[in-house]
Design a protein around this ligand. Structure first.
Ligand code: PMP
Length: 415
């Protein structure tokens, strides 16, 4: 291989990518913004903002029902976005791609439409200790309504799933496994292929909460062989208010609609209603067309860089941050899984995470502090809260240096 060819793929022109994100030029309290809260919501590049604007300026009308040109443009844009998501996930059919408001709504859809009609008293739903509340509470709600039980697979002190214990918890009464692909509180990447294989060996379907996975890793639902996959656009450089539920067609086909209204019907009379076909059966009411267009643009944008390159670059950031933060006395990393996405959760002796977050904000640094909607994880580690810095491909080592210096200064101030 020539030196020239070798040199090209290794380059990751972060300055060029940063220029695509107007908000990164913002100053906060007079300091350059250091945005390290990507796990909560990432920022949008101009390509996404432009796509949303183009849709609003040239295509917007209500979808599906209109014969006029704008309605057809809106429908084409919306259905084109669905096809873009299908390709992104490598799903077999766009009938398997349901637009939702986000991960939370996608999981609730499965809880109410798939699980609830099936569950009998004593049946079990198996989740893990690593879940976000969005993958706990919907199951508690259906369990309360049906007499089913929530069973929780344990983790270890690194914040990794105990896979053997998980396997032992799969039983005669397990009706569904619902697990994170990547933990939002700790960054742990779960062994989802093994999880799916273990569950499928017992004919148990698996839902994966991919909210923290899609920005960092290529997801192929056919290779994963999962039955449901949920994610939100706003964590992968797209807009808020739009997300996706992928579902295996045979399962979606058999599920009843969960919300009634326009668009999800073929005909309505007072004596009975015929439901629309997939995917519209699960999309009652006017959808977020501009959001879907923005999501498709975000996928195009990410694909343009390449998720493998993004993952490799972010891994470098994670290693650098882990090493540098480790030099601060009294700083303890929470979550040290061997397979981790690019975020660090930590506590600092003598400094409450909320105080730390407020002090860092004064230096222009945005991190998240709190329980990260994963209270059981905090309980497991015996901490009320952590500080979490979550990295995107537009972050730099220099920004991590700014973070480390600010954390060290906070320690001196309080310590
Ligand atoms: N699951 C995980 C792992 C998450 O990180 C989040 C968002 N923090 C959610 C679910 C919920 O996503 P949303 O609020 O976009 O519905």
């Amino acid at each position: 291989m020539s030196a020239q060819i070798r040199a090209t793929p290794a380059e990751f022109d972060v300055a060029r990518y940063r220029a695509d994100f107007p908000i990164l030029a913002e100053r906060i309290h007079g300091k350059p913004l250091v945005y390290l809260d990507n796990g909560a919501s990432s920022q949008r590049p101009t390509a996404v903002l432009d796509a949303e604007r183009r849709y609003a300026e040239h295509m917007h009308a209500n979808v599906h029902r209109g014969v006029h040109t704008l309605s057809q443009r809106a429908t084409d844009a919306f259905e084109g976005a669905r096809e873009r998501v299908r390709v992104f996930l490598n799903a077999r059919s766009s009938r398997e791609i349901i637009f939702t408001r986000g991960t939370t709504e996608a999981i609730n859809l499965v809880a109410q439409s798939y699980a609830r009609p099936k569950l009998a008293p004593g049946d079990e739903i198996l989740i893990t200790w690593l879940e976000h509340h969005a993958n706990i509470v919907p199951w508690q709600m259906v369990a309360a309504a049906t007499g089913a039980k929530l069973v929780v697979a344990p983790i270890n002190r690194r914040g990794e799933l105990e896979l053997e214990a998980f396997a032992r918890l799969l039983g005669e009464r397990t009706r569904l496994v619902a697990t994170a692909h990547v933990s939002n509180a700790l960054g742990t990447v779960l062994p989802v292929k093994e999880i799916v294989a273990l569950a499928h060996a017992r004919n148990i379907p698996v839902l994966l909460d991919g909210a923290q996975a899609v920005p960092h890793t290529a997801v192929d639902v056919r290779a994963l062989d999962c039955d449901f996959y949920a994610f939100s656009a706003h964590k992968m450089y797209g807009p808020t208010g739009i997300g996706v539920l992928y579902g295996r067609e045979s399962l979606l086909e058999a599920m009843p609609p969960w919300q009634g209204g326009g668009d999800m019907i073929l005909s309505v009379s007072f004596t009975g209603t015929t439901y629309n076909e997939l995917p519209h059966k699960f999309e009652a009411g006017t959808p977020h067309m501009g959001g879907a267009v923005g999501l498709a643009a975000a996928i195009d944008y990410i694909d343009g860089i390449g998720l493998e390159r993004i993952a490799a670059y972010e891994h470098g950031l994670l290693e650098y941050a882990t090493e540098r933060l480790g030099t601060i006395e009294g700083l303890e990393l929470v979550g040290t899984a061997r397979d981790k996405a690019s975020l660090v959760s930590f506590t600092l002796k003598g400094v409450h995470p909320h105080d730390l977050g407020t002090i860092l904000d004064q230096s222009g640094i945005a991190i998240r502090t709190g329980h990260h909607c994963a209270m059981p994880v905090m309980e497991y580690f015996g901490v009320p809260a952590t500080a979490r810095a979550s990295f995107a491909f537009y972050n730099t080592r220099a920004e991590i240096d700014v973070l480390v210096e600010a954390v060290a200064a906070a320690k001196t101030l309080f310590g």
